[in-house]
Ligand binder design. Structure first.
Ligand code: GDP
Ligand code: MN
Length: 348
């Protein structure tokens, strides 16, 4: 109180303003972020966007995961910004290292090759551990076991429109298990044998394949070859129990043994996408047109001017990637027999 009294009397004590919260029950859900201590100011910016546009009304928890210990500054700044509880977890070594069946010399040669070919992150060991962790482990971290739903947030993202409803509740009420805002074609150099590994999985585990799946999104020839279409996984709202299911774990384990996380540079985006595409019914995957989002270099700005005005959006509709030739979102609409939003032609 001494400190407060020493402030000029014109400074309102705004720390005591009541939090703006929506009424109603909360879902068993959390935000989740994988980050390093050095990412602090970039994740601070992301949290600020998420809180302003959504979470200040809902106060969901936020789990931070790191292969190292988070330092006090990281914890202090992020816990001040998040309106819900914050939790900080260290990733066990076994989840961030080479499995014993990986030939590390072979992996090193691949990195050297990819460096020559200037493939993005091609020479990085930590990026590969990160992709493997996001593919197969984050949802089984002890801190995540308490939750059923997650929303993944990365450093340096923007949210451009108000979200006035509980997106987790929407997922549950509409029986959705996975969701996306941006979709695109993967660099094929990073996943030359991923589809072969996926086909090998479907051969051995036909019981895990959903009847009404999204094969038309993944393949133009009924499964022979991959379109390279994937949902961009730096944004995800999804169901953790699905990721923890036998089906998903068998899928991940099967890919992990194929070795492509290290012998190639498989991203968690195509891994999650192929899993969702094969093992979920297609109506369990949701496109959040109303979540306006940016992660370098792509923007999802909702098509439809009235929506943007009503939700105080500040994205430039010209930046919207959805109807661009490199996006797979049209394909998703066509597969599901969905009507494209009014005005999409003008944005093509
Ligand atoms: P990009 O979006 O594919 O360019 O990759 P990012 O650099 O954004 O990494 C993806 C996510 O993993 C982000 O949330 C990063 O903060 C996180 N990340 C990447 N590398 C590491 C790492 O070595 N350690 C930790 N703890 N997090 C990492
Ligand atoms: Mn990123």
């Amino acid at each position: 109180h001494d400190q407060l009294q020493s402030k000029p009397s014109t400074t309102p004590n705004d720390k005591e303003l009541p939090p703006a919260t929506a009424s109603g029950d909360r879902m068993n859900a959390t935000f989740v972020t994988l980050a390093r201590n050095q990412d602090i100011w970039e994740i601070a910016k992301s949290i600020r966007h998420v809180e302003d546009r959504f979470n200040r009304k809902f106060n969901y928890d936020w789990v931070f995961l790191n292969d190292d210990d988070f330092n006090d500054e990281f914890k202090k700044v992020t816990s001040a910004l998040v309106s819900g509880k914050t939790k900080y977890g260290k990733i066990p070594k076994e989840h961030w290292s080479y499995p014993e069946w990986i030939d590390q010399n072979k992996a090193a040669k691949v990195r050297e090759d990819m460096k020559q070919k200037k493939i993005i992150y091609g020479d990085s060991v930590s990026y590969r551990h990160m992709c493997r962790y996001e593919s197969g482990f984050f949802f089984r971290h002890p801190l995540m076991l308490d939750y059923e739903w997650y929303w993944r947030v990365e450093p340096s993202i923007d949210l451009y429109c108000d979200i006035n409803y509980d997106t987790f509740k929407f997922m549950a009420d509409n029986k959705k298990k996975y969701s996306f805002v941006l979709s695109l074609y993967e660099y094929v150099e990073t996943i030359p044998t991923l589809w072969d590994a996926a086909k090998n999985f479907t051969k051995h585990y036909p019981q895990h394949i959903a009847k009404d799946n999204s094969m038309k999104f993944l393949s133009d020839d009924n499964g022979e070859t991959y379109t390279n279409c994937h949902f961009w996984s730096n944004f995800e709202i999804g169901n953790l129990n699905w990721l923890r299911s036998d089906a998903y774990i068998d899928f991940f384990t099967s890919l992990d043994h194929a070795g492509g996380f290290f012998y190639e540079r498989w991203g968690d985006a195509p891994v999650h996408s192929i899993a969702a595409g094969l093992m979920l019914a297609k109506d369990e995957i949701h496109f959040f047109n109303d979540i306006a989002y940016y992660h370098v270099p792509f923007t999802h700005c909702p098509t439809g001017e009235q929506y943007r005005l009503d939700h105080k959006c500040h994205c430039n509709p010209k930046d919207n990637f959805d109807w661009n030739g490199y996006s797979c979102t049209s394909r998703f609409y066509e597969m599901n027999g969905m009507q494209k939003p009014v005005g999409f032609e003008k944005e093509q």
